[in-house]
Ligand binder design. Structure first.
Ligand SMILES: Nc1nc2c(ncn2[C@@H]2O[C@H](COP(=O)(O)OP(=O)(O)OP(=O)(O)O)[C@@H](O)[C@H]2O)c(=O)[nH]1
Length: 192
């Protein structure tokens, strides 16, 4: 168990990177590894950061690397394992492949979460982005129950949590066409 904090950043990097063909978070883009953009995005808005991964190569970042406690259940398994190992009120979650997400977006998520247990970004096409999101401690037991029952589908799980959506529109002063775009493959990197 890591020390108690009010807010913890979870940088998800425990996927298979099959489309990228090499460990996605460690791919260089514009001078930095992809995961460094995600770490930098959260660093200014949370008390501490953990990396959710089974890969020791992330130790170079000097943040705790937390392994998945239940294998093969996707990003929600990573979120669960970090919530289990670190007690905090707020968990700011970002995947390792969205280098254009600005810190301001997380500030807005924090401002808008209110009495919901979860707030996540929704892109201008209406696509839900539960990996650019804030989860409160209060949804841990729901996540745990669902995972222990073998329900790993992120979108289904969202329905069970009292949530809010935050629409990322052109009106936001920090808007960028690729603000929420993720890089799954080498081709995607060229489009960011
Ligand atoms: N901790 C953890 N993170 C995961 C897991 N699966 C995916 N992620 C992370 O969740 C985010 C979105 O996942 P995907 O885009 O599907 O990444 P991926 O599984 O590595 O990629 P593909 O193998 O190409 O599907 C990325 O930051 C992944 O590293 C998992 O099982 N555990």
């Amino acid at each position: 168990m890591i020390k108690d904090t009010n807010s913890i950043g979870i940088v998800l990097s425990g996927g298979k990177s099959s489309r990228m063909g090499t460990e996605k978070g460690l791919v260089k883009w514009q001078g930095k590894t992809l995961i460094e953009y995600s770490v930098n995005c959260l660093n200014a808005v949370c008390d501490d950061i953990v990396i959710s991964s089974n890969n020791k190569d992330y130790n170079y970042l000097n943040f705790p690397v937390i392994k998945d406690e239940i294998a093969n259940c996707g990003p929600i398994g990573g979120i669960y394992s970090c919530m289990k190992n670190v007690i905090a009120d707020y968990y700011l979650v970002i995947s390792c492949d969205v280098p254009n997400v600005p810190t301001e977006l997380f500030k807005d998520l924090l401002k808008n979460i209110g009495d919901a247990d979860l707030i996540y970004a929704v892109d201008s096409m209406g696509k839900k982005q539960p990996l650019v999101a804030i989860y409160k401690r209060s949804c841990f037991s729901t996540i745990e129950t669902e995972l222990l029952n073998g329900n790993y589908k992120m979108m289904k799980l969202l329905e069970k949590i009292k949530h809010k959506e935050y629409l990322v529109t052109r009106d936001l002063k920090y808007y960028h066409d690729n603000i929420l775009s993720n890089a799954n493959s080498p081709e995607d990197l060229g489009k960011l």
